[in-house]
Design a protein around this ligand. Structure first.
Ligand code: ADP
Ligand code: MG
Length: 763
């Protein structure tokens, strides 16, 4: 099986998506297909033994679409390699070329439609005696040129719509182009017939009214609307382009003692790379020589340049400021943080939000339903209208309704409503160091009412330090510290790091440990020589049935320090206190979450007193302390069973199960590890004030989607009956197909502009 995301060429509207989806699913070997109009991509899950992207493209070609696959396959590359090969911006170039072509079309279409509008308005005004009739020469000229202009608009500018009609006749697939095509060609053909057979027909109908102007203006407006829409759509996706532009083109590497400049994609792991002042960092790595401040804002959203010394990691795409340094490449090519971010953003932008399902469902049945309605309207006008108004008036009103409904009903705006807002929202997040996995996550996050937070690394810095000890044994302080440090040296826990670092600083001996074991959520055990030792929390001591003076720790735990109790099988040897400082932004971020109506809960395996103290410092609502790792997940389940929509924020290392259990998992990424699978949202730079921004982001985006859906629906809901002439018997209202065309164009443009507006909102 292969799951591929393929770019589609030739999509015009949301109903195209449904048509392509249907055609793909019908194909043998395809298990599932999901087509997104906003990003013009198809996610296809297919059996690669039975079919290929190229074959699939052939399946949709008769329908007027194709996949951008042939080049990649012909070059023997996977789609990804090919995209990398092209530098991805290629598709944007193509888009720009397409846009230029559309521009050429409208630069002819608009002046022509102005001529038509001019002659039409003059005619109307003169029929009311407001203006004198047109000079004879001019009116004769227009009489012959208007039909020619209409023919040109229909056949040349309106070619995509005629193709839609052809597809409808040939394959029975209708999309919004079909609607426009039928509407404008019916108006044109009717007018031609009336013009040619004027003499014969004049006995039955009013031959003075023709609808060339409808064809001209509708095609012009719709094309203009599509142009504006395409132009804005390019802008909605520029976040990716900006990220791609962060990639350095070249790298200055040290090879065989010489400095040489090579393309950035040729850097190998282990290469030593020289970064000059104001240089861009080409790959991820670790600084080995020199020091500087690096501006990481483009990747993490962190505005202040970060100091980098020996041993610190640097990431591709960030900018060196004034110093210079050498670093060793650790991650290159598609493995860098920046590449991961780009991939994540692309995937998220192409994913479908559940809220879109409704719009998709509607647009898939929309076109046939509208076709039926428009024919019904025509029939009703002829049947009922002609007995009241006479056949001639009924026919012209019926025709106007028929064309008007077809033109105004296009579900185009409906198809754009969700994806454009998602694209903008996801891109906006990426700029701030908020990486969203998919659209569904953003929609879920919008509904979150409870945020559960891990203590270490989320609320506190996650870099604890040793802050004191009590020795209960006859051994020296140094000796017992050595025992503890030796044990902790085998563990990766933040507590262990604190103790080992302290021992190293004080030159305290770290000895070999055998039979080492981690006791999850409690501590560690191991043997030094023949003697077995334990280090951990009071739970571990209870398990060992070792009694000790718990009270003696309280004055420390109540001030937020974490106790590490060192014991042998015989008894407690000493108690060490480690202290982790609060993140400076934590208290304010939690206050802001409360202001947004979100409840905050701290979830930790740490000592109860310690946890309560820290929670009170930052204003957390509720605390679950001394929770074993496996129970963390259950705590979240309990909250969900009480109908809370829960987000869990953790450092991702041992929190993976609870991140996965939560409705939305939020990983606080530090350094270069963004690929946290179980997280729906990743906050770069581990800054919890970003969590607040992420809430804003989800609210802004979802609000944008809802507004878009409203605007898309309202045009159709109001427009169809109005165009059908429902109000004619009561108020004498109908709308000209010309206004229907204008409204149609405006609805798509307003939806896309509303999405673009989201870009400007501050998080
Ligand atoms: P959390 O990440 O919420 O702090 P953990 O499950 O990682 O939870 O740890 C829970 C508790 O277990 C810690 O607060 C500490 O008391 C004890 N503990 C875990 N690992 C160690 C260790 N290596 N050394 C000492 N104590 C430990
Ligand atoms: Mg932890």
């Amino acid at each position: 099986m292969a799951a591929e995301t393929l770019k589609i060429k030739g999509m015009h509207c949301a109903s195209c998506a449904a048509i392509i989806e249907k055609a793909l699913i019908k194909t043998e070997g395809v298990r599932s297909a999901e087509v997104n109009f906003g990003t013009e991509t198809a996610k296809v899950d297919f059996d690669s033994a039975k079919t290929s992207a190229k074959e699939l493209s052939k399946k949709i070609e008769p329908l007027g679409y194709s996949f951008y696959v042939s080049t990649a396959e012909e070059m023997g590359m996977t789609e990804e390699e090919h995209a990398a090969h092209l530098g991805l911006s290629q598709s944007k170039d193509e888009k720009l070329r397409e846009l230029a072509e559309m521009k050429k079309k409208i630069s002819i279409a608009i002046p022509l439609s102005v001529v038509s509008i001019f002659s039409m308005s003059w005619e109307i005004l003169s029929s009311f005696d407001i203006l004198p009739g047109l000079p004879l020469l001019l009116s004769e000229l227009l009489r012959y040129t208007i039909p020619v202009i209409a023919a040109y608009m229909l056949v040349v500018v309106g070619r995509p719509y005629l193709k839609g009609v052809y597809r409808f006749i040939r394959y029975g697939n209708a999309n919004m182009d079909t609607l426009i095509g039928i509407g404008t060609s019916v108006a044109f053909l009717y007018s031609v017939i009336v013009t040619v057979f004027a003499e014969t027909l004049s006995r039955f109908i009013d031959v003075s009214s023709t609808y060339y102007d409808v064809t001209i203006v509708v095609v012009a407006f719709i094309t203009l609307g599509k142009y504006l829409e395409a132009r804005s759509k390019i802008k909605t996706g520029d976040a990716i382009e900006k990220l791609l532009n962060l990639q350095a083109k070249t790298a200055l590497v040290k090879r065989d003692g010489k400095e040489i400049e090579i393309p950035a994609d040729q850097v190998r792991i282990g290469d030593l790379i020289i970064v000059k002042p104001a240089g861009r960092i080409p790959v991820d790595g670790v600084l080995v020589e020199g020091s500087s401040f690096v501006d990481e804002s483009m990747v993490t959203g962190e505005p202040i340049p970060v100091e980098k010394k020996r041993g610190d990691s640097v990431v591709a795409g960030t900018m060196n400021t004034s110093g210079s340094f050498i670093f060793q490449a650790a991650k290159v090519g598609s493995e860098t943080l920046l590449s991961h971010i780009i991939k994540m953003v692309e995937e998220a932008q192409g994913s479908k939000a559940p809220i879109q399902a409704l719009a998709d469902k509607i647009s898939s049945v929309f076109v046939p339903v509208v076709l039926v309605i428009s024919f019904l309207a025509l029939a009703l006008w002829l049947l009922i209208g002609s007995s009241i108004l006479g056949f001639s008036s009924a026919l012209s009103l019926g025709l106007v309704s028929f064309v008007g409904i077809l033109v105004i009903a296009c579900p185009c705006a409906l198809g754009l409503a969700t994806p454009t807002a998602i694209i903008v929202g996801v891109g906006k997040g990426a700029k701030e160091g908020i990486l969203v996995k998919d659209a569904a996550t953003l929609e879920k996050f919008y509904k979150v009412d409870t945020v559960v937070m891990d203590k270490t690394g989320t609320i506190t810095k996650g870099r604890p330090e040793l802050a004191g000890m009590k020795n209960f044994s006859k051994e020296s302080d140094e000796k017992i510290t050595s025992i503890l440090a030796s044990l902790e040296n085998k563990s990766e826990h933040p507590i262990s790091r604190a103790i080992v670092e302290y021992a190293r600083e004080k030159n305290i001996k770290i000895e070999d440990v055998i039979n080492f074991e981690i006791i999850k959520g409690k501590g560690v055990r191991g043997k030094i020589g023949k003697d077995e030792y334990f280090a951990g929390n009071s739970k571990l001591m209870e398990d060992l049935k070792l009694s000790f003076d718990k009270k003696s720790m309280e004055e420390n735990t109540k001030k937020g320090k974490t106790p590490v109790i060192l014991a042998s099988a015989k008894g407690v040897i000493g108690v060490f206190m480690v202290e982790d400082s609060l993140k400076p932004e934590a208290a304010e971020a939690i206050r802001k979450l409360h202001n947004l109506g979100i409840k905050t809960i701290m979830l930790t395996g740490d000592d109860r007193n310690t946890a309560f103290y820290i929670a009170s410092q930052v204003g957390i609502d509720e605390v679950f302390a001394e929770v074993l790792p496996e129970d963390k997940q259950n705590k979240i389940k309990e909250l969900q069973e009480k109908n809370h929509i829960v987000a869990m924020a953790g450092d991702g290392v041992n929190d993976a199960p609870s991140l996965a259990q939560a409705d939305v998992g939020i990983a606080m990424a530090t350094g270069t590890d963004v690929a946290i699978e179980s997280a729906g949202i990743t906050l770069l730079h581990g800054d919890i004030s970003k969590l607040v921004k992420a809430v804003h982001l989800s609210r802004i985006t979802m609000r944008g989607i809802k507004q878009n859906l409203f605007w898309a629906f309202i045009y159709n809901i109001v427009g169809i009956p109005l165009a059908g002439g429902i109000f004619y018997p009561i108020f004498g209202w109908t709308i000209s197909p010309i206004f229907a065309g204008l409204a149609m164009a405006f609805s798509s443009v307003s939806v896309v502009s509303n999405s673009l507006r989201l870009k400007a909102i501050k998080l």
